[in-house]
Ligand binder design. Structure first.
Ligand code: 5AD
Ligand code: SF4
Length: 521
């Protein structure tokens, strides 16, 4: 164990359940640093340390020569971006990427813990991989991402999924070379999960998935502890990257020809609060600097209504490369449910915020996340969610049935809402969401919009596809040379989830300017 491992390991081991340790000790002889949700909950006063000194140890160079890696990603954009970092580390070690599990020498499942069905998919996949491991015993199988931060998951894998060679957590990504090395050297399962978050490591290599749109982390972790949510435990405390590092990364992406950047964080509106030497520096200030960079589009996700301040609204209203779309998860329309969820705003406060956003930016599309069937949610409370949806006029939503997550306060609540009632509520909500989405798309008919062309459509290579500034998918015929560029498209008709249109010409409109086609022609 080195100094870094010891710092994190001792803390986790100290809190460890003795029974677990005894039961599974036979499976590990080398590295065994298990997760602890209890430790993950603690929020210390220590300041975040920034590092710029990541490098691949000489002794690991060439580890991946003539070997291939495969990473399957579940869950959110944060995970997608972590996969880009892990791919960067694999490449630096000499591995090549492959799209096939059969060809791979190392398979990683980058997992999501947000709901039970996300976890079930991973266990199912591990089951499928068992035969590969039998045919090819030298294959390494790893589990990383949010699920590896959960004790119950690690224990289940140790007990039942012996085809797994390594489990490592969200704070251990930079240790991938050491973890791989340990897995090659040991017959036992390597488990390295730090429950206390790491520092911010700036110079990790990355292999981005595309060359048109890019993700940029602006902060890590979450301190909100909404009562249903596992994320503050799996991703640790809020840590912001320094603005100069973010600005430099976005400038670099712009110089490489990227057309769109999405700023990432679990709760981007808390950006900057933890940076000690920057007083009152927030997301609004950061966006105000980023909008001066010559890149066509900047988005951000995900917002928390509580921290969404007036300065940010003021800056977003300047538009330019700041697009007219805000994803603003509300979760419920009932103040009583919001209180139990510990969202720390009421229905009225949320509507007030929406009112401010609409007044400053009338053409901004608002989308949201909603959970139905929270423990003891009444029919009236659910109806308040429907009425809030109508009142705001959201253009789209991700909707979920509440899924209890072990270790969170909501999982301990008694719940008197039967599953069939939850399912029926979800159906009613989805019906409303679909009506509003269709309505939102209808207003585009006959108008000209700005589309960033991403490539061929999934269904037909003759057709190109891209998104508007308000994040609407558009399919249209145009020369392939327009891929990666911003073009104007006249919308001819609408589908349930997308728009069809005709290519007009290359160029930007600069905002989601719904000009009448006739006026432009
Ligand atoms: N059950 C159901 N949905 C959840 N979400 C987060 N935790 C849970 C849970 N335990 C949803 C929230 C969040 C989105 C990313 O996932 O709506 O905004
Ligand atoms: Fe989870 Fe709430 Fe944090 Fe979002 S803000 S990640 S829902 S705890």
């Amino acid at each position: 164990m080195n100094e870094e491992q010891r710092k994190h390991g001792q803390q986790a081991a100290g809190q460890e359940d003795k029974k677990t340790e005894k039961d599974y000790s036979k499976y590990f002889q080398s590295v065994y640093i298990p997760p602890s949700l209890k430790d993950a909950k603690k929020r210390g006063k220590e300041s975040v340390q920034y590092h710029n000194d990541f490098k691949i140890d000489e002794k690991f160079r060439g580890m991946g020569d003539n070997k291939k890696f495969y990473i399957r990603t579940y869950g959110c954009q944060m995970n997608e971006h972590d996969t880009e970092v892990m791919a960067g580390i694999f490449m630096a070690l000499g591995y090549e990427a492959t799209n096939s599990t059969e060809d791979a020498d190392v398979i990683l499942l980058n997992t999501c813990a947000i709901r039970e069905n996300a976890e079930n998919k991973v266990f199912g996949e591990l089951g499928h991989l068992k035969h590969l491991k039998r045919e090819k015993p030298e294959l390494l199988i790893g589990v990383c991402g949010c699920m590896s931060q959960e004790e119950s998951v690690v224990n289940k894998i140790l007990k039942t999924y012996h085809q797994v060679d390594m489990i490592f957590g969200t704070h251990n990504i930079h240790r991938l070379p050491n973890i791989l090395n340990d897995a090659y050297m040991s017959k036992a399962m390597v488990v390295e999960v730090w429950s206390k978050e790491g520092d911010v490591i700036e110079n990790l290599p990355k292999v981005r998935r595309g060359n048109i749109k890019a993700w940029v982390n602006i902060m890590y972790g979450c301190d909100k502890f909404c009562t249903y949510c596992i994320v503050p435990y799996t991703r640790g405390k809020e840590r912001s990257r320094r603005p100069e590092e973010i600005i430099q990364e976005v400038r670099h992406l712009a110089s490489q020809g990227y057309q769109e950047v999405t700023l990432l964080g679990q709760n981007v509106n808390a950006y900057g609060k933890d940076i000690e030497d920057l007083e009152n520096y927030g997301l609004g200030d950061l966006m105000d600097e980023l909008r001066k960079i010559d890149i066509p589009r900047i988005r951000f996700t995900t917002s928390h209504p509580r921290d969404f301040d007036d300065h940010l609204i003021e800056v977003l209203a300047k538009k330019g490369n700041l697009v007219e779309h805000i994803h603003l998860p509300v979760q419920s329309g009932s103040s009583a449910v919001l209180k139990i969820m510990a969202r720390k705003y009421t229905r009225e406060r949320f509507l007030e915020l929406v009112g401010k956003i609409k007044a400053a930016m009338p053409d901004t599309a608002l989308t949201t996340d909603i959970i139905v069937g929270y423990p003891n949610e009444t029919e009236e409370q659910f109806e308040e969610t429907l009425s809030l949806y109508r009142e705001v006029g959201f253009e789209s939503a991700y909707t979920y049935i509440y899924s209890p997550r072990e270790g969170t306060p909501a999982a301990k609540m008694n719940d008197n809402v039967p599953m069939e009632v939850k399912r029926e509520r979800l159906q009613r909500l989805n019906k409303l969401v679909n009506e509003y989405s269709a309505e939102a798309l209808k207003q585009y008919e006959g108008k000209i919009v700005e589309v960033l062309v991403e490539g061929e459509s999934k269904k037909n290579p003759e057709i190109l596809a891209g998104y508007t500034r308000r994040n609407k998918l558009v399919n249209f015929k145009a020369p392939k040379t327009t891929i990666g560029k911003t073009v104007k498209v006249k919308i001819t008709d609408t589908k349930s989830w997308s728009l069809n249109g005709e290519f007009v010409e290359e160029g930007r409109i600069g905002s989601e300017f719904l000009e009448e086609a006739a006026e432009v022609k």
